[in-house]
Design a binder for this molecule. Structure first.
Ligand code: ADP
Ligand code: TYD
Length: 202
C-alpha cells in the first residue's frame, strides 16, 4: 500500500508519518518511508537546488525539478518496494506539485496532472492524508525555524496552496482531509482507524 501525507509546511506530516511508520513496524509489516523532494542520490541533489535561498528558479523549472526528483524516486525506490509488498509512506508526493506549482504558482492543475502522470509512470498513492491546518497556524509554526526558499513565500501563497488542496479533496475519494488543529494523539487516532480498516479488509 502506498500512502502519502500532504499539507502546508509545518502541518504535522512528518510527525504523523513517523507514528504510522512505528505503528506498522509494531504490527510486523514491511514498511519504508520516503521524502520529497529527495529520497534518492539524484533527488537529494535536486532538493538542495530547490530549497536554496540564493537561487532564482523560474516557476516552470521549479516544477520540472520536483518532477525529476519524483520520477527518480518512483523508479528507484517506490516501484520495487510496492512489488515486494512494502507499505510505502511518503512525506509529500504528486499532490504537492498540484497544490504548490499548479495552484499557488498558477501553472495550472491540468498541466501538473498531466506531467505528474508522465513523471510517475502512473504510480500514485492508494491513500493520501491531507493534514489540514489554517495558514495562520502554519505561519506561526514556521516563524520558529530557519525558512527555506519555498517557506519564504508569504500568507497569500499559502492561502492558494491550501485552497488548491481543498479543491483536490472535492475531486478525489482517496484524498482524506484530517483536521490537523488537534493534539498529535487525536490526529493519529483518526489515521490509525483508517489504516486498521484497510488492513482488516485485506
Ligand atoms: P511538517 O512535516 O508538516 O512540516 P512536522 O511534523 O515537522 O510538520 O511538525 C511541525 C512542528 O509542529 C514541529 O515542531 C512539531 O513538533 C509540531 N507539531 C506537529 N503536530 C502537532 C500538533 N498536532 N499540535 C501541535 N504541534 C504539532
Ligand atoms: P518539505 O521538505 O516537505 O517541507 P516541510 O517539511 O517544511 O513541509 O518540502 C519542501 C518544500 O517544497 C515545501 O515548502 C513544499 C514544497 N514542494 C513543492 O512546492 N512542490 C512539490 O512538488 C513538493 C514535493 C514540495
Amino acid at each position: 500500500m502506498f500512502i502519502a501525507f500532504e499539507g502546508l509546511d509545518g502541518c504535522g506530516k512528518s510527525t504523523q508519518l513517523e507514528l504510522l511508520f512505528n505503528y506498522l513496524k509494531g504490527l510486523n509489516k514491511k514498511v519504508i518511508k520516503v521524502r520529497e523532494p529527495g529520497g534518492t542520490d539524484v533527488g537529494e541533489k535536486i532538493r538542495s537546488i530547490l530549497l536554496n535561498k540564493d537561487l532564482h528558479i523560474i516557476d516552470r523549472s521549479e516544477l520540472l525539478l520536483f518532477l525529476a526528483s519524483r520520477a527518480q524516486l518512483v523508479e528507484e525506490i517506490i516501484k520495487p518496494a510496492l512489488k515486494d509488498g512494502y507499505f510505502v509512506l511518503a512525506d509529500r508526493f504528486a499532490d504537492s506539485s498540484v497544490a504548490y506549482q499548479g495552484g499557488a504558482r498558477n501553472l495550472g492543475i491540468e498541466t501538473v496532472d498531466f506531467l505528474n502522470k508522465f513523471a510517475t509512470n502512473n504510480v500514485f498513492p492508494d491513500l493520501v492524508f491531507f493534514i489540514d491546518i489554517s495558514v495562520e497556524l502554519a505561519l506561526k509554526r514556521l516563524s520558529k525555524k530557519d525558512k527555506d526558499r519555498l517557506e519564504k513565500e508569504g500568507k497569500d501563497f499559502l492561502e492558494k496552496v491550501r485552497k488548491s488542496y481543498l479543491e483536490i479533496a472535492k475531486k478525489r475519494q482517496n484524498f482524506i482531509i484530517i483536521n490537523g488543529e488537534r493534539s498529535v494523539e487525536e490526529i493519529f487516532s483518526d489515521i490509525k482507524k483508517i489504516i486498521d480498516s484497510y488492513i482488516i479488509s485485506k
